[in-house]
Design a protein around this ligand. Structure first.
Ligand code: XMP
Length: 521
């Protein structure tokens, strides 16, 4: 259960692909909400959480099927407003005495649809139907064929005569479409009206969160020391800054320099945290160790495994020197928490073994401090701003733990890394100069394991080729290549080839994910 004392909204998850979006919409309205899979929502759980309102998510099952997912009946007796969405609407109708029929092709609706109002207007729909109809996103096979006693209809669509229903007395609302998705352009208004009706004061702000977490961290940690693996990424940076605010000198960060960082990266990260923010930072200079072990290795998974293992060894070596260390700080975010409890389970096949310090706490007998567990990525960024981290830090593109090793297909050598660092710096400089940095999820150069012939001045060159990569993405799970102009690409290639000795050819990677991945290895 949560560490939070704000007004709470409970989202009961029936397995929809877009449940997280409901939470996003609510957080944007400064409402604190938690997603819990329906199996975990028992009578006792409801009592303990004491939500001020409840939302039933959509889901892939059919309420007509015996044994399909249900909320506990006590949810209807809480006396708080409930909003059912899609499967959530059907569950509510069936639970309260209405009827749902299994899907037939003429009643199923998938994709864009238009809802028209009925005669009576209700507060839930304030700001809706300013035009004659509203565009919504439908995705249902089954449909409600008879609404439950006490409910009335306030919106209809060709495939869903009960698209919007409500029992105003009990403040139960149920809609067949998905107001949380982008394709329901006015969907957020429904959530806004719903939480207003439920009496939320909008007390969820990063300012309030910061204050509350500082108190919590102090309580949790007491006199113990906390160690934090600082990577320079947004999550570990914000976690470190927040913990530092709470316990100051009791926090020590370890920044592992594996020799696979970008140009000036170590100095920038260590400089900022140590000199500007006064954190205790150990700069673990372990370049020789990592590069030594990686010598001659070209298999991507072997590289990852070597780096992951060494990282843990090195971290442990430095952490052992910190007296009284009882806690390990981790920048776990809310999406990771939801993933691990979700009833649909996590990802199935390992494409790449990501490295993290996951196994460390047990091994070292450390407890965890995870002050970002309740937050989404953009909330972490906002909190970072609150804590005074520079904007340039907060908006940084993600950088993988194994660093440049996975942007250097084939064998890794110091020479290649040197060339790669320079090329990458020119590329990022170009992107910043053209004002494109914030539009791009991630951009980097990969140095290719081939040398090609070129001509510069009057001479022949035989140097490395490189690939530029830039993608847009929401979460790194899928991605599209960024459509740079030819002018930008031409100018950038010219700069890299002129300014970086060792590269004489530039290509642009136009692979999306899937079938590609973002990194080259
Ligand atoms: P891929 O290459 O799998 O990358 O499409 C998706 C996102 O994850 C990052 N990435 C990593 N991050 N440790 C990390 O912390 C890793 O081992 C790792 N491998 C990939 C990658 O940069 C992209 O943002």
């Amino acid at each position: 259960m949560s560490q939070i004392s704000h007004e709470r909204l409970l989202i009961i998850d029936f397995g929809s692909q877009v449940t997280q979006l409901i939470a996003r919409r609510l957080r944007e309205l400064n409402v604190y909400c938690e997603i819990h899979p329906y199996q975990n929502v028992t009578d006792d759980f409801l009592k303990e959480l004491a939500p001020k309102a409840v939302i039933f998510s959509g889901g892939p099952d059919s309420v007509v099927r015996e044994g399909s997912p249900r909320p506990p009946q006590s949810v209807y007796d809480l006396g708080v407003p409930i909003l059912g969405i899609c499967y959530g609407q059907q569950v509510m109708m069936q639970d309260l005495g209405g009827k749902v029929e299994a899907g037939e092709s003429h009643t199923a609706e998938f994709g864009r649809a238009y809802v028209k109002p009925t005669e009576q207007r209700i507060d839930l729909l304030a700001g809706w139907f300013l035009e004659e109809r509203e565009q919504v996103w439908m995705s249902h096979g089954d449909h409600v064929s008879e609404i439950a006693p006490g409910f009335a209809v306030y919106g209809t669509s060709p495939g869903a005569p009960f698209a919007i229903t409500a029992d105003l007395e009990r403040r139960f609302y149920a809609v067949q479409f998905h107001p949380e998705v982008h394709h329901t352009p006015n969907g957020k208004t429904i959530y806004e009206n719903f939480v207003r009706d439920a009496g939320f004061s909008g007390d969820w702000t990063m300012d309030a969160y910061r204050e509350e977490m500082v108190k919590k961290i102090r309580e949790q940690v007491g006199d113990s020391h906390v160690i934090c693996a600082l990577s320079g990424g947004v999550d570990s940076s914000v976690a470190a800054a927040l913990i530092h605010e709470a316990i100051g000198e009791q926090l020590t960060c370890v920044f592992v320099d594996h020799g696979l960082l970008r140009l000036n990266e170590a100095d920038e990260v260590v400089g900022m945290f140590r000199d500007h923010m006064n954190l205790k930072v150990i700069h673990a200079q372990e370049q020789d160790l990592f590069l030594g072990e990686l010598e001659g290795v070209s298999d991507p998974e072997t590289k990852r495994k070597i780096i992951g293992k060494l990282f843990i060894d090195v971290f442990q070596k430095y952490a052992d020197q910190i007296e009284g260390a009882g806690y390990l700080a981790q920048g776990t975010l809310y999406p990771d928490v939801i993933e691990s409890v979700s009833f649909s389970g996590g990802p199935s096949v390992t494409i790449k073994s990501h490295h993290n310090v996951g196994g460390l706490p047990e091994k070292m007998g450390l407890k965890l401090v995870e002050p970002l567990r309740e937050l989404f990525k953009d909330e972490v960024r906002e909190l970072g701003r609150e804590l005074g981290l520079p904007t340039s830090f907060i908006g940084r593109h993600p950088f993988p733990g194994p660093g440049l090793a996975i942007r250097c297909p084939g064998e890794i050598t110091r020479d290649k890394l040197e060339i790669l660092r320079k090329a990458d710096a020119v590329y990022i400089d170009q992107i910043r100069k053209h004002g494109l940095y914030d539009e791009i999820w991630q951009a980097f150069v990969a140095i290719l394991p081939v040398r090609t012939v070129g001509v510069m001045g009057d001479g022949r060159t035989y140097d490395y080729a490189c690939a530029l990569r830039a993608v847009t993405s929401v979460d790194g799970m899928t991605a599209d290549y960024y459509p740079f102009s030819h002018e930008f690409l031409g100018e950038t290639a010219t700069r890299i080839i002129n300014e970086v000795k060792g590269i004489n050819r530039c290509t642009y990677d136009i692979t999306s994910k899937p079938p590609g991945t973002i990194e080259w290895e």
